[in-house]
Ligand binder design. Structure first.
Ligand code: GAR
Length: 195
């Protein structure tokens, strides 16, 4: 029986599209929901175009983080996901939410964790003079960007790189890494993948 995958986004959803497009044929999972905390997120249209059910929950419409997360948990519960992939989902999740979905939450982060948790990862890698950069897929725990690593993809930093140029190179690697890790995890294999 195939694993059910929900994907949470806040923006353009290019990682979401890569994940959805990978879940065909003998893949052990199928997408069941794409949800966004940003009603106009470009990724929602991409999901609809792919025939995946969508939900938009504007976090600003809720009185506090707990109320937003309760609504998000409701929507997720109805979709019954085995796995929930955060893909450019830009809300910090509270320990209550993370505990409720423990073991099912994955995230992609645009740095070689444990380097550069949080924001502005590419500018920070360039400022540090790093020779390489990359992305990490990890299990989500209550500590921001710090859960067990499931996979990492490295790319070179090139002379003359700007944060934008480096981000584009890393994003291409994200689109390879996240589908590859999801396939392994959906098949029950959580040993880290190194690309
Ligand atoms: C991706 O680069 C992802 O790694 C990053 O946001 C971008 C979303 O792009 N996520 C984070 O920074 C999470 N802290 P996408 O919407 O095109 O997938």
């Amino acid at each position: 029986m195939s694993r059910r995958v929900a994907i949470l986004i806040s923006g353009g959803g290019s990682n979401m599209a890569a994940l959805v497009d990978s879940m065909t044929g003998d893949h052990p999972a199928r997408p069941v929901l794409v949800a966004s905390n940003v009603p106009g997120a470009g990724g929602l249209a991409k999901a609809e175009a792919r025939g995946v059910p969508t939900a938009a929950l504007d976090h600003r419409a809720y009185p506090d983080r707990a109320a937003f997360e309760a609504a998000l948990s409701d929507v997720l519960s109805r979709a019954g996901p085995d796995l929930i992939c955060l893909a450019g989902f830009m809300r910090i999740l509270t320990p209550g939410f993370v505990d409720a979905w423990a073991g099912r939450l994955l995230n992609i982060h645009p740095s070689l964790l444990p380097k550069y948790p949080g924001l502005d990862t590419h500018a920070r890698a360039l400022a540090a003079g790093d020779a390489e950069a990359g992305c990490t897929v990890h299990e989500v725990t209550a500590d921001l960007d710090a859960g067990p690593i499931l996979g990492q993809g490295r790319v070179p930093v090139r002379p003359g790189d700007t944060p934008e140029r480096l981000a584009a190179r890393v994003l291409e690697m994200e689109h390879r890494l996240y589908p590859a890790v999801l396939r392994r995890v959906a098949a029950g294999d959580r040993t880290p993948l190194w690309l």
